[in-house]
Design a protein around this ligand. Structure first.
Ligand code: MG
Length: 343
């Protein structure tokens, strides 16, 4: 088998603003792994600019791989072992390849990836839909765009958090997940905000404090009336044990951890430790989102809205039913490529 990759940008429906950063597009690398019969597995590395991997670093990692010795008969795990052990780090690149290989081997074996992973679609939680910080007019528009979703996710951590929630509450009474993106500087203030947010129908808080603030986080966790979910504080499997006593749960993202195989291990360790699990995403197309969705039935909270926040998804959007991502009953990830006139 061999792989090819192309650099691309996902263009955002609305400029995406969180507490420390704003942008209108996100660089990605689209990956294809092709087997000896010409079957293509699709993968994707999404590379938000504030992280330490880039299109260049992903290409560098991919160029150092040689898949020509592998054949379909070797099986998924053997190829994944080679990819994962090739170099340290490079988790976003590894995630893209892990996704492509799962898609490929699902297609080779004519089975959906979610079935390969043992997921039961009947336990799929609804996905939240993210509203970035914006003016009142834009927020009203975004709330309308969120019609099909039963949970809203709101990025806070700035100076006008209450005003943002008050504005959203003028247009919607849906439950809200709040992501502070490490934006609250002080635990007492965070606790005050969380108590206020609980009264506004907020049901969980993601990453209230900076990831280094372990003592403050423990203090807050002991007092918080709402579940606290670690995102920036939790990248990979080895981070999880230290989060017991600091957070109620973790946000798993394929890009952070290196793909589906690692994410599965994170899910079972979190369960063993009594932690809740959210599965989340970067700005991603249907490709990485349907990969993550294939593990979502194992999770408590789902935040997989990537394809619904862009206007040049290279694949058909996932179907949403009753606010939940529908897992396609097609081999692999079940992706259907579409072509845009300009790229
Ligand atoms: Mg987050």
């Amino acid at each position: 088998m061999y792989l090819k990759s192309i650099n691309h940008f996902l263009s955002l429906l609305h400029p995406f603003t969180i507490s420390n950063n704003s942008r209108t597009s996100t660089p990605i690398v689209q990956i294809e792994v092709v087997n000896e019969e010409g079957i293509i597995g699709y993968g994707e590395s999404s590379l938000p600019p504030y992280l330490n991997e880039s299109q260049e670093s992903v290409s560098g990692f991919l160029n150092g791989l040689d898949l020509s010795g592998f054949r379909s008969a070797d099986g998924l795990d053997m190829v994944l072992d080679y990819v994962m052990n090739r170099a340290e780090g490079n988790y976003f690149a590894k995630a893209g390849l892990d996704i492509a290989l799962h898609d490929l081997f699902g297609k080779i074996n004519k089975v959906p990836v979610w079935k390969m992973l043992g997921s039961d679609p009947s336990t799929m939680p609804p996905t939240s839909f993210t509203l970035g910080m914006a003016s009142e007019e834009v927020l009203e528009q975004k709330v309308k765009e969120s019609d099909r979703f039963s949970i809203l996710k709101v990025k806070l951590g700035g100076d006008d958090d209450k005003a943002i929630i008050n504005t959203i509450r003028r247009f919607s009474s849906k439950p809200i997940y709040v992501d502070a993106n490490q934006g609250w500087k002080e635990p007492g203030y965070a606790l005050e905000m969380i108590s206020w947010l609980e009264d506004q129908g907020v049901v969980l808080i993601e990453q209230p404090l900076a990831k280094g603030m372990r003592e403050e986080q423990a203090w807050l966790f002991a007092r918080s009336p709402l579940p606290l979910i670690a995102d920036e504080s939790c990248q990979r499997l080895e981070d999880i044990p230290d989060l017991v006593g600091l957070f109620s749960g973790i946000n798993i993202k394929l890009m952070k951890c290196g793909g589906l195989r690692e994410a599965r291990k994170m899910i079972s360790l979190s369960r063993d430790l009594g932690l809740k699990i959210m599965i989340g995403c970067m700005n991603e197309s249907s490709c990485a989102i349907l990969a993550a969705a294939s593990l979502a039935p194992f999770c408590d909270y789902v935040d997989l809205d990537g394809p619904f926040l862009i206007n040049n998804n290279p694949f058909l959007d996932p179907e949403i039913r009753e606010g939940k991502i529908l897992l396609p009953d097609r081999p692999g990830l079940g992706l259907i490529p579409i072509y845009h006139s300009e790229s």
